[in-house]
Design a protein around this ligand. Sequence first.
Ligand code: ZN
Length: 218
Amino acid sequence: MTRRRAPTPSRKRPIDRRRLRAAFAELTAALGVPRDPELARTADRATELWAQHLLAGEGVELASTLGEATPSASAAPVSLFGLGVHLVCPHHLTVAFGHAHVAYVPGGRIVGFGALARLVAAATSRLTLQEEATDAVARTLVDALGARAAIAVIDAVHPCHNVLHARSHRAHAVTWASRGEPAAARRLERDLRRALADAARISVADDRAGPRRGARRR
Ligand SMILES: [Zn+2]
């Protein structure tokens, strides 16, 4: 993770598994991984992990993750908080983990929460800068779904940054992206910041309260 904002190049070819497998085999040799029977399948396991899971969103057309939208006259904001996400830093090839929050104001069509989760997963499980993934989610909701406004937030821990620069391994990066009508986007951002602050306060209050009284009886 770096602060430098560079466009993530779009992928022209699917992941070449044969070359990836060969690269992992070479990597294990370069790292001096022992020729232990227990580790004989490390390159195979790493190839599967990267191609099928860590980079599962590579090549996925983001608009397609939304599926069939339902016509709706509602202009009430729709929010989904706390989606677990991972992304792969294109500068260091390390995996960042965190959460995403997404909200939009419908512009005549809505999609289910599952579609929002699929969109976020496809935008993040890639070699991508966190800023780019965040913007891609908000952009897709406006451009493909026709939302009046959309906001995406990603809050993630980047091991590459924390090992290199931070004094705490718990340092995390938060990125915001908003798209759509400026006035509607501003209202949505204000509501989302308030909702996230409330959720954080409730979580802290729960931690401080400790075990509930009812739980101590018996
Ligand atoms: Zn990095």
